[in-house]
Design a protein around this ligand. Structure first.
Ligand SMILES: [Zn+2]
Length: 172
């Protein structure tokens, strides 16, 4: 699949509407979305150099491994990121019985697929229309960027750095 900034917005939004309903609320229930897509969360081990972060089984069910020592908001971002890989990057597996797709935790953000999954995660946790309304709306018009970032963290339950990237990527 060719992934662009525009279709990341479209694909993530349609996923939310399809699985959580057109009236979905923020903070987005990523755990429910994961479950509806056939995924589950497991706490992964950090003893390996580069642990698996997502394993897609041949039947299409999948497991997201979160690190054992992170925060709730970081876990939400990880889940959203791995849903991004699941939706955008998994290889179709027809008529194969024991083939799995695996994605690893560390690529230091330079890998194209990881950058796409990060953009997808930002869009999933902070859907463009909702984020734009929040950031440009009258309620916080007089607030500093720092205050808006703090409010965004609470509203979307996303890590602060991720909220910051989102407002920059949307050019707000
Ligand atoms: Zn990744």
């Amino acid at each position: 699949m060719v992934v662009t900034a525009e279709n990341v917005e479209t694909i993530s939004f349609e996923l939310l509407v399809t699985y959580l309903g057109p009236g979905f609320k923020v903070p987005v229930d990523v755990e429910l979305l994961l479950e509806k897509l056939g995924g589950k969360v497991a706490v992964g081990t950090d003893t390996e150099d580069n642990p698996v972060s997502l394993r897609v089984a041949a039947d299409g069910t999948f497991t997201v491994f979160v690190a054992s020592n992170t925060s709730y908001r970081k876990d939400r971002f990880t889940i959203a990121h791995e849903i991004g890989h699941f939706v955008l990057h998994r290889q179709p597996c027809d008529h194969c019985s024991n083939t799995t797709n695996e994605f690893y935790r560390y690529s230091k953000g330079r890998d194209r697929k990881d950058m796409e999954a990060n953009a997808f995660a930002g869009a999933l946790l902070m859907p463009k229309p909702v984020f734009t309304r929040f950031w440009t709306g009258s309620e916080y018009a007089d607030c500093s960027v720092e205050t808006k970032l703090d409010r965004g963290v609470q509203l979307f339950q996303a890590p602060r750095g991720v909220v910051n990237v989102r407002h920059q990527m949307l050019g707000l």
